[in-house]
Design a protein around this ligand. Structure first.
Ligand code: E4P
Length: 272
């Protein structure tokens, strides 16, 4: 499974690549806002165009998702093409991130604008990452439209399931892959019992039909979720820097290091 860093913070992105574990980057407008505000708070000036170019260079040819902010098919297509033209020459690694359905309300008529934009960008040879996927059927239509990646939001489905049962929860807390039972019934959203179940069903569906689109498990908030995303066959997991760091952490590893370090004999040290 490929690991992407889910951040627009250049320092975090540089760190993940320096560790040698990053295979790509995902950004979204909220992550970009956080990164911009952090720099401004430090009194640093920000030229956003140059900043994004630095992210693309840091990623060194691995995919970087840049999200559109427009919400109609024609404006998303125009913006997607402009973003691609402006930034892809830097390192040839831009994916345009398009919401699967940009309608704010169920009755808006723009339901299909996301997949229409994906289809047109694919026709022009521009790779896309279809975002805000909450059902396998959304993933299927995005894949048929030609998306390079589909991004099921695992953590947000878990938030929604816990929220629907009025549970108090910490977003980073583990949510069982097989679902959570309340009053004898498993919580579900139209048959989806957890974020990992959503990822698994997207993988099964796309692989079952031999579609080339890769499943990018997004909105992962803890290491066990990452493990489960890998075990159900996600092609990619995009992770905040803290979750990547947590993946290497275990108290027995630290305890073992303390003991081994205390036991080093000087004769052994002297050899090197
Ligand atoms: C990445 O593509 C997504 O935008 C991101 O993983 C969302 O994560 P969140 O639900 O923790 O905000």
């Amino acid at each position: 499974m490929k690991i992407f860093i889910d951040s627009a913070d250049l320092d975090e992105i540089k760190q993940a690549y320096a560790w040698g574990v990053a295979d790509g980057v995902t950004t979204n407008p909220s992550l970009l806002k956080m990164a911009v505000e952090k720099r401004v708070a430090k009194g640093k000036k920000l030229d956003l165009k140059t900043y994004i170019m630095q992210i693309l260079e840091t990623a060194g040819g691995t995919p970087v998702s840049l999200e559109v902010t427009k919400t109609t098919a024609s404006t998303m297509i125009t913006q997607g093409k402009k973003l691609f033209k402006l930034f892809n020459p830097v390192a040839g690694n831009v994916y345009i991130k398009i919401p699967v359905n940009p309608a704010f309300k169920a009755k808006d008529k723009s339901h299909f604008d996301g997949i229409a934009a994906i289809r047109e960008l694919a026709r022009c040879g521009i790779p896309t990452n279809c975002t805000l996927i909450f059902t396998p059927e959304q993933a299927l239509l995005a894949a048929k439209a030609g998306a390079g990646f589909v991004s099921p939001f695992a953590g947000r489905i878990d938030d929604d399931l816990r929220g629907s049962a009025n549970l108090k929860f910490d977003k980073t807390a583990y949510f069982p892959e097989d679902g959570m039972e309340i009053d004898g019934e498993v919580l579900h959203d139209n048959g989806i019992v957890s974020g990992i179940d959503l990822v698994a069903q997207c993988v099964e569906l796309l692989q079952g039909y031999g579609l080339d689109t890769e499943v990018l498990a997004a909105s992962l908030r803890n290491t066990r979720q990452v493990r489960e995303a890998a075990l159900v066959g996600a092609d990619i997991a995009t992770l905040p820097i803290g979750v990547i760091a947590d993946m290497l952490t275990h108290h027995k590893t630290s305890e073992g290091m303390e003991k081994f370090t205390a036991d080093i004999v000087p004769e052994y040290e002297a050899l090197t």
